[in-house]
Design a protein around this ligand. Structure first.
Ligand SMILES: Nc1nc2c(ncn2[C@@H]2O[C@H](COP(=O)(O)OP(=O)(O)OP(=O)(O)O)[C@@H](O)[C@H]2O)c(=O)[nH]1
Ligand SMILES: [Mg+2]
Length: 469
């Protein structure tokens, strides 16, 4: 008999409800054993309310909890096997007690589930392909609307469908190559121009793969967030802006120039786009050792920035310190910069035109970060950043976005192998060799959806899951 596995599927901690999940042939028997007054005929997908005990045949059995018992008959379940959900109170203690009652029920072949094992079963039982199973982790771990939206598309099978479509085309090309290998005297061969047809078909496949690969940069942002670094001279209001965007007093703000000495990172979401916001030490020449190190860190943060918010003190005018700051931004395109002329409430001596004459093409906004101005400023900055990333209004239904590092790796391998195959045909090398490379590409793509994958890949993928999923 196949194993029956069990785990607590809800997050640890206190919750309204908590769920113990069971999958495998003994699921129904577990329900009979643990539920008092369990009906003779258990109707699948029907919610039964009852007491949870270790052994329902013992009238004196101690009650562990009251719960809803939900039995699902395979294959119409998440894993494809018979499944049982025991939905009790969200208490760590009672859930652990229910789980151990399941594990110690005396029924055969029951054990704790491994992390991700429910989803692994779903994959192995053909309920979803590997890219869909991986999307399940992404959904659980999503930190923004964008990453959730992409993961949801992938879970629905969008990426898998595209990969299957590309593979089908490639399979046709492989078949044509095989004909050429089997019947070399036929009307094929370099002279007849048949190679050029094979080449153009392989190029077509290649461009499809490359198109997917091109989305990986958006995928990275969805996964890691856009790195937005706030920079400027001391006292301009960088930390005040950071706090305004986060809506809390996260970093220290004082009127002493050089308050912020270290870079401070926080995750945020702007217009649905995941952001990693970095506050930095003000840039200036300093004799203070700690401040110098801080400034060095600012320079590093700028080097790794996707976008920079340059904060200027409008009340002080554009001075030598600002010029110094510009020096640090020299190598960066103004497309990736937002200038914020701050302290509008004190009257501004810096105009939008002044800034644009120094940094042609830069987007400029004016803010006041004191009092209620902070909310308005945060909104303005968020909107600008959302627009600059171009991700705020991305149409997920129109795009197939690759977020997963493993998928990116496989797509890159496929590109290399397709390139190789094309090159060989162009050089008039035997079709056999080119076919081999094209076949490797076919396998690379298959690995994305879980075909041609070994245990090792599966283990790596599913070990990233939490217990109970
Ligand atoms: N009047 C006015 N004061 C502001 C505004 N924004 C910030 N300040 C004040 O300016 C001073 C410096 O603000 P911070 O946010 O600490 O400036 P910073 O750029 O982080 O400074 P360093 O960390 O020293 O580089 C504080 O006293 C703030 O209250 C503003 O819009 N108007
Ligand atoms: Mg600061």
């Amino acid at each position: 008999m196949a194993d029956t596995i069990a785990a607590i599927s809800t997050a640890p901690g206190e919750g309204g409800i908590g769920i113990v999940r069971v999958s495998g042939p003994q699921s129904e028997a577990v329900m009979r054993k643990l539920m008092t007054g369990c009906p003779e005929d258990i109707e699948p997908r029907h919610a039964y309310f009852g007491k949870v005990v270790k052994d329902s045949s013992d009238p004196a059995a101690e009650v562990i909890d009251e719960a809803v018992f939900l039995f699902m008959k395979g294959p119409a379940s998440y894993t494809g096997e018979d499944m049982l959900e025991i939905q009790g109170h969200g208490s760590n203690v009672s859930l652990k007690a229910i789980l151990s009652a399941v594990l110690q029920s005396g029924l055969e072949n029951i054990r704790m589930a491994d992390p991700g094992e429910f989803t692994k079963l779903a994959f192995l039982n053909g309920k979803m392909d590997l890219s869909q199973a991986e999307a399940v982790i992404d959904i659980i771990k999503a930190k923004s609307d964008l990453s959730l939206g992409i993961a949801e598309e992938q879970r629905a099978g969008r990426l898998g469908d595209k990969i299957r479509e590309i593979r089908e085309t490639l399979l046709d090309v492989l078949a044509e190559m095989a004909v050429d290998i089997d019947y070399p005297d036929e009307d094929y061969g370099a002279e007849s121009g048949a190679y050029s047809e094979l080449i153009s078909k392989l190029r077509w496949v290649l461009s499809d793969v490359e198109e997917l690969l091109d989305t990986a940069s958006i995928g990275r942002i969805a996964r890691e967030g856009v790195r937005v670094v706030i920079a400027g001279k001391p006292n301009a209001g960088k930390s005040s802006l950071m706090n305004a965007i986060l809506g809390e007093g996260r970093v220290i703000v004082t009127d002493i120039p050089g308050t912020t000495r270290d870079t401070v990172e926080e995750s945020a979401s702007m217009g649905g786009v995941p952001i990693v916001l970095v506050d930095t030490a003000g840039l200036r020449d300093s004799d203070d050792k700690v401040e110098q190190i801080g400034i060095e860190k600012t320079a590093q943060a700028l080097a790794g920035a996707d976008l920079v918010i340059l904060v200027l003190d409008g009340s002080r005018g554009f001075d030598d310190e600002d010029e110094k700051v510009l020096g640090y931004l020299e190598k960066m395109s103004t497309d990736n910069m937002l200038a914020v002329i701050n302290k509008e409430d004190l009257g501004s001596t810096v105009s939008e035109e002044d800034v644009q004459s120094k940094l042609p093409g830069i987007r400029v906004i004016t803010t006041s970060l004191v009092g209620s101005g902070a909310i308005d400023a945060a909104k303005k900055v968020s909107e600008a950043i959302g627009e600059m990333t171009g991700l705020g209004n991305i149409d997920l239904r129109e795009s197939n976005i690759v977020t997963n590092e493993r998928h990116v790796h496989m797509l890159r391998n496929a590109v290399i192998n397709l390139d190789e195959a094309i090159g060989m045909l162009q050089n008039g090398e035997p079709v056999e060799v080119a076919e081999l490379s094209a076949h490797y590409a076919y396998e690379d793509l298959g690995k994305i959806i879980g075909e041609e994958v070994g245990e090792e890949i599966l283990d790596t993928v599913f070990s990233k899951f939490c217990l109970g999923k």
